[in-house]
Ligand binder design. Structure first.
Ligand code: SF4
Length: 240
């Protein structure tokens, strides 16, 4: 909200500065530009307000979800700078975005049949010493119990969702295009979840944060109880 206010104030200041110049071009141009800025500001405030409603557990306006994601994308770099002043880390801001996005997802009551769900995990979830190449075909995983890839494969076999291990955003997007899922459950760090959820929009995506006991991008883990909890909420078992 602070970033939103800052941008609104900056745009207002810019409009005031440009006012005489715009008036010289055309008498009604300042009013026209002012009106456009006002509409933009109203929509963006509405979008941010929608996110606040989601956080408070109140009903949200589905119509504004698209704008909420767009506004976050625009305001995120400003939020990071403001956060720095108050000692809030970038990762915390990204984590908040993912949490709010998950709230919107859950509030939308989205349920999809398992076969229409795509579960994506990062490559760092695989044990680094594992010799099996699973990025093109996760079925190459021997389910040895060495890492959570095997657990996710077992769950995919049990429930019937598509599971894929992506080495990066480009591959993840290709998998989404190829599989045409109705929803995505993504496992990743805050940064990748934040960009991934926005990238696949309007496809609904819910994120589960990975655990990094060995630092980022190396032998990461995921809380399988949390994955199962989210799956229970979004898989429509009646449709199977
Ligand atoms: S569970 Fe699969 S990916 Fe993980 S170490 Fe075992 S064989 Fe490799």
């Amino acid at each position: 909200m602070a970033a939103e206010l800052l941008v609104a104030l900056m745009l207002y200041g810019l409009w005031r500065i440009c006012y005489p110049g715009l008036e010289n071009i055309f008498a009604y141009l300042p009013a026209l530009c002012g009106g456009l800025l006002l509409v933009g500001a109203t929509v963006s405030f509405g979008a941010v307000f929608n996110l606040i409603l989601a956080v408070k557990g109140l009903p949200t306006l589905k119509l504004l979800h698209r704008y909420s994601f767009a506004i976050i994308k625009i305001l995120f770099p400003i939020s990071v700078r403001i956060g720095k002043i108050f000692g809030i880390k970038r990762r915390q801001i990204e984590g908040s975005f993912v949490a709010v996005s998950n709230l919107i997802f859950m509030k939308s009551g989205i349920k999809v049949p398992a076969k229409k769900l795509l579960v994506l995990s990062p490559h760092c979830l695989q044990l680094s010493s594992c010799p099996h190449k699973i990025t093109r075909d996760p079925n190459n995983c021997k389910r040895c119990g060495g890492c959570n890839v095997g657990d996710l494969m077992k769950l995919a076999d049990e429930l019937g969702f598509t599971f894929f291990v992506a080495t990066g955003g480009t591959l993840a997007r290709q998998v989404v295009v190829k599989n045409r899922p109705q929803a995505v459950l993504a496992i990743a760090c805050e940064r990748d979840l934040m960009s991934g959820i926005q990238d696949v929009y309007p496809l609904p995506a819910v994120g589960v944060l990975n655990i990094r006991p060995n630092g980022p991008c190396y032998n990461t883990r995921v809380d399988m109880d949390e994955v199962r909890r989210v799956l229970d909420l979004i898989v429509d078992r009646k449709e199977e």
